[in-house]
Design a protein around this ligand. Structure first.
Ligand code: E4P
Length: 218
């Protein structure tokens, strides 16, 4: 079954989505932390973990492998649920290779914009390969095609790395990601809300209630 993650650092959004019973995990990044109005990565990440009790990704800020490794050591020590997000750069690959060999080396390879990057991340031992669909679409590329290609490559060569569809902009992205076999889809809270809502469902509920009242002679 594909997993649903929320792409947010907002505690309120995580609490609300978790209450719906369909939330598997959360991804954050520095931009989302800024939007949530917090600069305390550890406190915010652990607050999310306490609600979701599943995978929660927190991103490194260093751009060199040594710095990423040092940050990852700290981030991964916070909880068994925490994943460290590392960008797929040369330095990022070096860091992933080392971190993924640790017993607690849970790596979310981030900022992936090509199937080749996804392949290299898997080869370096990442657990998740986050493909940024919406940002590619914004640039006139076909982001979902990269998700499909990553799926095919991981299946061809038996990689355990999970395909994570990220940078999701609307429910149609979610549907397409499900159809091409993404393992995980991380989405903003607004997209999750839109997946549920239908005016036809609301109208249907309303009509049933009215008819039930009529059936009772009211
Ligand atoms: C993934 O983990 C990222 O947080 C993310 O999906 C970023 O997407 P954006 O393009 O909406 O910033």
């Amino acid at each position: 079954m594909a997993q649903i993650f929320l792409d947010t650092a907002s505690i309120d959004e995580v609490r609300e989505a978790a209450a719906w019973g369909i939330l598997d995990g959360v991804t954050t990044n520095p931009t989302l932390m800024m939007r949530a109005g917090t600069a305390d990565l550890k406190e915010n990440t652990l607050a999310i973990v306490s609600i979701v009790q599943g995978p929660v990704s927190a991103e490194v800020l260093s751009t060199d492998a040594a710095g990423m490794i040092e940050e990852a050591r700290e981030i991964l020590s916070w909880s068994e649920h925490v994943f460290v997000k590392i960008p797929v750069t040369v330095e990022g690959l070096k860091a992933m290779k080392e971190i993924s060999a640790w017993p607690n080396g849970r790596v979310n390879a981030t900022l992936i914009f090509s199937a080749n990057q996804a392949y290299l991340a898997a080869k370096a031992g990442a657990t998740y390969a986050s493909v940024f669909v919406g940002r590619m679409d914004d640039a006139g590329l076909d982001g979902m095609e990269v998700v499909a290609q990553a799926r095919e490559i991981f299946d061809n060569y038996g990689f355990d790395c999970q395909v994570l569809a990220a940078s999701i902009r609307h429910p149609a992205h979610v549907l397409d990601a499900l159809l091409v076999g993404a393992d995980i889809i991380t989405m903003p809270f607004g997209v999750l809300q839109k997946m549920i809502r239908s005016p036809f469902t609301d109208a249907g509920v309303e009509k049933f209630l009215q008819d039930w009242e009529r059936a009772q002679g009211k």
